[in-house]
Write a protein that binds this ligand. Structure first.
Ligand code: SAH
Ligand code: SF4
Length: 351
C-alpha cells in the first residue's frame, strides 16, 4: 500500500513543491493552503479546485481531523475536556480552559508516553505513537469549532513528552503561527518537558519565542528519581544548567512545574533545598497539588502545606504560584479520560 501524504503537516513552500511535483500549477498550492487553514476536512470542500484534481488528491493525500469521541464539561468552571480520535482510531485528550485573557487549550503531542512518571495517568498507560504536526493542529481546530471560540493560547501539557517528538512539535509551532490559519504565535505557546537535557539545548538553538516549562517535582535526584525515571538519565544539576543556558540563549524565563505530593516532596526541607538551588535564577515556580490518579496511591498536599512551601521559596526570592486545579470533576489531569475509555472498551469486549 502506498503511503498517503499528510498534507496538513506541510508548510506552504513544501506544499508548493508537492503540488508541482504532482504535475499541477503552483498557484493551486496557495488555494489548498487557504482551505486547509480555514479547517477544511475534505478535498470536496475545495470548490475552486477542478474535480479531477480533487479526485487525484484524495488518492494520494489525507487531511488530519480530530473527531470528538467524548466531551466532559466541568460543573465548577468552564473547563471542557475532549477525547479525540484520529484516522487510525488512536485517541488523545485535550482540555480547554477559560481564563480572563482568553481561551487556552492543553493538547497532546503523543498517544501515551514512554517516560513512565509514577504519578501520571498517561505514563501509566504506556506508549503507542507520536502525533504528527497536523494532528496537534486538528485538536485546536476541533475544540475551537465545537465551542465556537477563538483559542488564543496553547499548552503542550496533554499526553506525551513533546521533546520526545521534537521535529513534529517544532513543525507544529511553525504551522500554528500561520496568519491565515490558527494565528497562534510562539509567545502564546508553552512547551512542558520532563527534562530531556540534550533536546532542551536543541530547542534553544531554534530560537523560538515559546514559553518553556520544566517538570521538576522534586528538589534533588534521590526524590526525583522515585517518581520520574528520566531523572536517572539526566541529573538535576545538568537539567538546571540547561535551563540557565536556555535563558541565556533565548532570553525567555523558564517555568518550573512542581506537583505537591503528600509526604513525598512537600516538606519544608524540600522547599528549602529547592529554594537554595533556584535562588538567583530567572524563573517562576508553579506549585500544583497533585491530581490523585487511581492506582498511584499519591495524595494532594493540604492547603497549609502548599502555602508553607510557597512561602519558603519566596524567602529565597523565588516566585511561586499555587495553581488552582481546573476541572477537577472531569478527570482533567491528562491521561485519565483515555485510560477510563480504554478500560470501558475492554470491559465491553471492544478492544
Ligand atoms: N510530558 C510533559 C508534558 C505533559 S505532562 C511533562 O511531563 O512536562 C504535563 C504536566 O502535568 C507535567 O508537569 C506533569 O508532571 C504534570 N502531571 C502529570 N500527572 C499529574 C498529576 N497526576 N497531578 C499533577 N500534575 C501532573
Ligand atoms: Fe510523560 Fe509528562 Fe506523564 Fe511524565 S508527566 S509520563 S513525561 S506525560
Amino acid at each position: 500500500m502506498t503511503q498517503l501524504t499528510d498534507i496538513k503537516s506541510l508548510t506552504l513552500p513544501e506544499l508548493q513543491s508537492y503540488i508541482t511535483g504532482c504535475g499541477f500549477p503552483k498557484f493551486r498550492a496557495a488555494q489548498i493552503h487557504d482551505w486547509l487553514s480555514k479547517g477544511a476536512a475534505d478535498f470536496d470542500e475545495m470548490k475552486n479546485l477542478p474535480a479531477a484534481m480533487r479526485a487525484q488528491l484524495k488518492t494520494s493525500c489525507y487531511i488530519s481531523v480530530a473527531t470528538i469521541e467524548k466531551k466532559q464539561v466541568s460543573r465548577y468552571d468552564k473547563t471542557v475536556k475532549y477525547l479525540f480520535s484520529f484516522r487510525d482510531g488512536e485517541c488523545v485528550e485535550a482540555v480547554v480552559m477559560h481564563y480572563h485573557h482568553g481561551e487556552s487549550v492543553c493538547i497532546s503531542t503523543q498517544v501515551g508516553c514512554k517516560m513512565g512518571c509514577t504519578f501520571c495517568a498517561t505514563g501509566k498507560s504506556g506508549f503507542s505513537r507520536s502525533l504528527t504536526a497536523s494532528e496537534m493542529l486538528a485538536q485546536i481546530e476541533a475544540a475551537g469549532r465545537d465551542l465556537n471560540v477563538r483559542i488564543s493560547n496553547v499548552v503542550l501539557m496533554g499526553m506525551g513528552e513533546p521533546l520526545d517528538n521534537f521535529d513534529n512539535v517544532v513543525r507544529f509551532i511553525e504551522l500554528a503561527g500561520d496568519e491565515k490559519g490558527l494565528c497562534i504565535g510562539a509567545r502564546h505557546i508553552t512547551l512542558s518537558t520532563c527534562g530531556i537535557v540534550p533536546k532542551i539545548y536543541e530547542l534553544a538553538q531554534r530560537r523560538l519565542q515559546i514559553n518553556l516549562a520544566v517538570s521538576l517535582h522534586a528538589p534533588n535526584d534521590a526524590i526525583r528519581s522515585k517518581t520520574m525515571p528520566i531523572a536517572k538519565a539526566y541529573p538535576m544539576e545538568q537539567l538546571l544548567k540547561a535551563c540557565r543556558d536556555y535563558f541565556d540563549a533565548t532570553g525567555r524565563r523558564v517555568t518550573f512545574e512542581y506537583s505537591l505530593i503528600h509526604n513525598v516532596n512537600d516538606s519544608d526541607a524540600c522547599a528549602d533545598e529547592l529554594g537554595r538551588k533556584l535562588r538567583g535564577m530567572n524563573c517562576h515556580v508553579n506549585l500544583i497539588p497533585v491530581n490523585a490518579v487511581e492506582g498511584t496511591g499519591y495524595q494532594k498536599s493540604n492547603v497549609q502545606r502548599q502555602q508553607s512551601f510557597a512561602n519558603i521559596l519566596a524567602g529565597y526570592g523565588v516566585t511561586a504560584t499555587v495553581r488552582r486545579t481546573l476541572g477537577s470533576d472531569i478527570d482533567a489531569s491528562c491521561g485519565q479520560l483515555r485510560r477510563k475509555h480504554i478500560k470501558e472498551e475492554k470491559d465491553k469486549g471492544g478492544i
